[in-house]
Design a protein around this ligand. Structure first.
Ligand SMILES: [Zn+2]
Length: 60
């Protein structure tokens, strides 16, 4: 896990590991589904409030 947000570059102590969610649209721009990114990213609270994502749970 990095100590900076991979999305906006902010540092801070409120970073979490997430997987970005890509929304998919059809040719008339209607949302038809969503797809989980392949890679993990580290995001700050602002980016987590702004962009769709799924939090990665630490393995027990
Ligand atoms: Zn950020």
């Amino acid at each position: 896990m990095s100590d900076r947000c991979d999305s906006c570059g902010d540092d801070g102590d409120d970073l979490l590991t997430v997987q970005r969610i890509y929304l998919e649209f059809d040719e008339s721009n209607q949302p038809v589904g969503e797809r989980l990114a392949d890679e993990f990213e580290t995001w700050c609270i602002v980016c987590r409030l702004t962009y769709p994502h799924q939090e990665v749970q630490a393995e027990a």
